[in-house]
Design a protein around this ligand. Structure first.
Ligand code: UDP
Length: 340
């Protein structure tokens, strides 16, 4: 039996693949390599290049492997991008999930973990945010993930699917092997590190007029390896329980300017920055209450200090100055549905 990780070449998915392998769990990856990297996954892991929305392609994967659970990361996940192309978010996230679930259920696979997001809440009415808080997304990304959660609910009621949705707050940091390498990069920690290292110009701080202590947005940064561990716990619990939504965060908020200070401490270099207008779709403050995940899953984030998170990202950036870019002459597979 094996576990399928869709989007396993991406940032959080690749860390989960690593954790699964460390536990001796067989794993299969599907990724269309639009954002992910083949190099983020060990060579001996079966890796299929294709879309989760492609039924025949997925059926082929399910025929070749005996899969008994799916972790679904393959999705579009940028707030700013979703404010420019809302349709892409519903097509990729909602349409892709529907196709995947149909083929999964056809193949008799009944355990599913969705990568969801704090963006489902929108502007919170209480902070830290519990799972019971109202969900009023302020951007199409959050709305698309909320729609995915509702779809899972009904697939559970009607078809007996066992599922969990994990609402990540701000994933950050790196393992020794896997880190954050997006093109284009839009996330605060890798951008701030690149600015401190002189690899880019001053970092734009999006908004200094939010109702927060220093005026910049406050987020709850959670280490990517802690997130990965929560996935395993959710899958284990699913044997007995189903249909649960869990927040995953540390319960402490840091402003953009506080993150820049942490990057200064980790790198020994100040982060050059400049004030910039607000980024549309950004809520002022997103901080998790993760009591439910701690209580029900037994999840304890072990790398919960911002400095530890940022230092791990800095170590990875030093070891991978060009991210996952291949050495010259090394051609990577991409673009077609094939096992590599
Ligand atoms: N941010 C910023 N400048 C940047 C990138 C991000 O000020 O160049 C801010 C962004 O507005 C948000 C926070 O940093 O308040 C975290 O943004 P990120 O894109 O990393 O994650 P998100 O909160 O969108 O999931």
């Amino acid at each position: 039996m094996a576990i399928l990780v869709t989007g396993g070449g991406g940032y959080i998915g690749s860390v989960l693949v690593e954790v699964l392998r460390e536990r001796g769990i067989a794993v299969v990856v599907v990724d269309n390599l639009s954002r992910g990297h083949r190099r983020a996954v060990a060579e001996d892991v079966p890796f299929y290049v294709g879309d989760v929305g492609d039924g025949p392609f997925l059926r082929g994967v399910f025929r070749e492997h005996s899969i008994d659970g799916v972790f679904h990361f393959a999705a579009s996940s940028l707030v700013g991008e979703s404010m420019h192309d809302a349709g892409a978010y519903f097509r990729n996230n909602v349409g892709g999930l529907l196709r995947l679930l149909e083929v999964m259920l056809e193949a008799g696979i009944g355990r599913f973990v969705l990568s969801s997001t704090a963006a489902t809440y929108g502007e919170p009415t209480e902070v830290p945010i519990p799972e019971t808080a109202p969900t009023e997304p302020t951007n199409p990304y959050g709305e698309s993930k909320l729609t995915c959660e509702r779809m899972l609910h009904w697939m559970g009621v009607v078809h007996g699917l066992r599922w969990a949705a994990l609402r990540y707050f701000n994933a950050a940091g790196a393992s020794d092997r896997c880190g954050e390498d997006h093109t284009p990069e839009t996330h605060l920690v890798p951008l701030a590190i690149a600015a401190a290292a002189g690899r880019r110009g001053p970092l734009p701080v999006f908004g200094l007029d939010y109702p927060t202590p220093d005026g910049s947005c406050v987020r709850d940064y959670v280490h990517v390896e802690d997130l990965a561990e929560a996935h395993l716990l959710a899958l284990e619990r699913m044997s007995e329980h189903s249909a649960e939504i869990y927040n995953l965060g540390n319960g402490e908020g840091f402003s953009v300017l506080e993150v820049l200070d942490a990057v200064h401490r980790a790198t020994g270099r100040p982060v050059p920055w400049e004030a910039a207008p607000r980024r549309s779709g950004d809520p002022a403050r997103l901080v998790a209450s993760s009591h439910k995940a701690r209580r029900e899953l037994g999840w304890t984030p072990r790398r919960d200090r911002l400095d530890v998170i940022v230092e791990s990202a800095w170590r990875w950036a030093l070891a991978h100055p060009h991210g996952y870019a291949p050495p010259r002459g090394d051609v990577l597979p991409h673009g077609h549905a094939t096992r590599s």
